[in-house]
Design a protein around this ligand. Structure first.
Ligand SMILES: Cc1cc2nc3c(=O)[nH]c(=O)nc-3n(C[C@H](O)[C@H](O)[C@H](O)COP(=O)(O)OP(=O)(O)OC[C@H]3O[C@@H](n4cnc5c(N)ncnc54)[C@H](O)[C@@H]3O)c2cc1C
Ligand code: FES
Length: 263
């Protein structure tokens, strides 16, 4: 029997730098993974932390990691050919069956683009299966934009609104919070829409409100929660909100359930 708690060592196949503190690590991996799943990533003597899957390919997965502390600082010293430990995939992930045939809208803030990148890749590769697709994504500044190359690819066929909170000089793009652009997304049939919102807590709160104000029903909105997690498998209770274990039942929730989750 496979022990889901046992870490395996995975080799770094490629490192893609996005900003000074955010890199994507392409890791050797064979197995079923879907967007929204996360792994516990560990380095002996430094610790362990949950990281979402930001890309899924044949025999590899991507992690897009911001250096903020013990594990992530150390990871950023690693090179191609080095390895670190991973265990997972954990969590429920996004169920693409919820979105097929619908006008799909993904609204992401900052590093929240990482866990939903897999959704965008799947829709981009299978466009006929979805009625429409809009990506609304915001970053703090032009220097903080992640996945610049991927954004160029997505913009060819998909509707993309990219905005930054603030920009200096002669920046030509959109400036303003994600919530300011919710109104600009064209919706044909409000009852056939699926909205996925992932980002910092405040961004998620106000973006959900903006879509509800547009008449999108709660059942048509999904969010993903980044809670403090330790075990990832429903044993330690660190991720619990009310009676819900985010690591097992989440991190992806329909908003009709998520709105009842409180610390
Ligand atoms: C489901 C899930 C998915 C996630 N996916 C991603 C992802 O895809 N990419 C990503 O980059 N992150 C992701 N995260 C967040 C990531 O797990 C955390 O940032 C994690 O804490 C990093 O571990 P670390 O050991 O590097 O940082 P830690 O050392 O644990 O530090 C984390 C934070 O705590 C602060 N801190 C540490 N020690 C102290 C102290 N003594 N006093 C005050 N503050 C302190 C640090 O400054 C930092 O802001 C995810 C989290 C969850 C729950
Ligand atoms: S992280 Fe341990 S119970 Fe969820």
């Amino acid at each position: 029997m496979k022990n889901g708690y046992l870490p395996i060592k995975s080799e770094i196949l490629e490192i893609i730098q996005h900003t000074d503190i955010e890199y994507t690590f392409r890791m050797a991996y064979k197995g079923d993974v879907k967007p929204g799943h996360f792994f516990e990533v560990s380095i002996p003597k430094y610790g362990e932390c949950p990281i979402s899957v930001s890309g899924i390919g044949k025999d590899f997965i991507d992690f897009t990691i911001r250096r903020v502390g013990k594990v992530t600082n150390e990871l950023h010293n690693f090179k191609v050919g080095d390895g670190f430990f991973i265990r997972g995939p954990y969590g429920n992930g996004f169920d693409m069956n919820d979105y097929k045939g619908k006008e799909v809208i993904v609204a992401a803030g900052g590093s929240g683009l990482a866990p939903v990148k897999g959704i965008i890749d799947i829709i981009n590769d299978n466009q006929v299966e979805y009625k429409d697709f809009n990506l609304l994504v915001g970053f703090k500044s032009p220097e903080d934009i992640l996945f610049k190359e991927e954004l160029k690819v997505w913009e060819k066929d998909l509707k993309v609104i990219l905005t930054v909170d603030q920009a200096e000089g002669d920046y030509q793009g959109n400036v303003g919070l994600v919530t300011q652009y919710v109104e600009d997304i064209e919706v044909d049939d409000k009852d056939n829409v699926a909205v996925v919102i992932v980002g910092p807590p405040m961004m998620m709160k106000f973006t959900v409100e903006a879509f509800l104000k547009r008449g999108i029903r709660e059942e048509n909105i999904w969010v993903s929660y980044e809670r403090k997690m330790h075990c990832g498998i429903g044993k330690c209770g660190h991720c619990r909100m009310d009676d819900t274990y985010i690591c097992i039942e989440g991190p992806v929730f329909n908003f009709s359930k998520a709105k009842h989750l409180y610390d």
